[in-house]
Design a binder for this molecule. Structure first.
Ligand code: NCD
Length: 303
């Protein structure tokens, strides 16, 4: 297959085929040096990434910016959306129409579901969704599946347990659609109020085996994917606190020895820090993978 991603907007993982995901993994592998040896490549000099984060971000923003710079390109960004014309009432549409004349590719994060789609409709250059409300975070799913591939060698045959806020977690939504391409089993555990949206469950159940866990029993898991309760999506933030849970060293003892634990970060208190030094903890490697995977994404999109 020719490069699936060339010139594309990346808004969702919903219709992304397996070969396209594998293309990113194989390209990302070649860019692992960017982390292990801080290597830069002279591939896209003169190209500009516009990094528009209207919602808080640490790793998505930094890894996109690092990825562009390691490819020889440069970035334009604001450090606080309140310093842009948005604070004067400018619409996303007008901002994007301006930014497209400055850049070759845009990454946007916004609290509104559909904001990235709106930006893509407005822009004549590729738009990458860095997270739109509780909807989607497609590049996170690419780095999450890359981490599973890197640590386990394959995704087919794995049991992957997604736990936490499955309702509001956009990384969960994107990962579900990406995993539906593989012959794996998805286990789900959440407080009853925070289950995966029915529409996503229906979509993926056609392609992959989904098991809803009654209790937080992770003894069958090859990959535990923990997420935080998305407090900012609740009308009453105190409600969010009622749903907290924790994986500690004792929980890890009940898992398979070769299970891995992932988390998109930021973690609040879902994984006790005592787990960090255990061999199952894969979340720091996972976050580092944001750089080669986003290099692969930008390299492919820029063509
Ligand atoms: C996630 C996000 O922003 O959706 N973080 C990330 O991009 N790595 C997860 C979260 O905020 O819980």
């Amino acid at each position: 297959m020719a490069d699936y991603w060339a010139g594309r907007d990346i808004l969702s993982t919903r219709d992304v085929p397996r070969e396209a995901i594998e293309q990113i993994w194989h390209k990302a592998k070649k860019y692992d040096d960017a982390v292990t040896h801080k290597k830069s490549y002279d591939k896209h000099s003169g190209k500009v990434l516009a990094s528009l984060f209207f919602e808080p971000s640490t790793r998505t923003q930094f890894s996109f910016q690092t990825a562009m710079q390691r490819l020889g390109g440069s970035i334009i960004a604001f450090s606080d959306a309140d310093t842009t014309s948005v604070s004067k009432g400018e619409t996303v549409y007008d901002t994007i129409r301006m930014v497209e004349s400055c850049a070759d590719v845009i990454v946007i994060r916004h609290s509104l579901e559909g904001a990235a789609r709106l930006a893509a409709d407005a822009a004549s250059i590729p738009v990458i969704n860095g997270g739109d409300g509780a909807n989607q975070h497609p590049t996170q799913a690419l780095l999450d599946t890359y981490t599973m591939f890197q640590k386990k060698g394959k995704l087919d045959g794995l049991t992957i347990s997604m736990i936490g806020d499955l309702k509001n977690g956009r990384t969960i939504h994107s990962l579900c659609y990406a995993l539906a391409n593989f012959d794996c089993t998805i286990e789900m555990w959440s407080p009853p109020q925070l289950k995966l949206p029915q529409i996503i469950l229906n979509d993926i159940s056609e392609k992959v085996k989904v098991v809803e866990l009654e209790s937080l029993d992770l003894s069958n898991s090859d990959v535990v994917y923990a997420t935080r309760i998305q407090k900012e999506r609740f009308d009453d933030p105190e409600e969010a606190e009622r749903y907290s849970y924790v994986i500690d060293a004792e929980s890890v003892r009940k898992m398979k020895d070769d299970a891995i634990i992932m988390h998109p970060f930021p973690r609040v208190d879902e994984i006790a820090t005592e787990v960090d030094s255990l061999p199952q903890a894969a979340y720091f490697a996972q976050e580092a993978n944001g750089i080669p995977v986003r290099m692969a994404i930008l390299d492919s999109v820029l063509g």
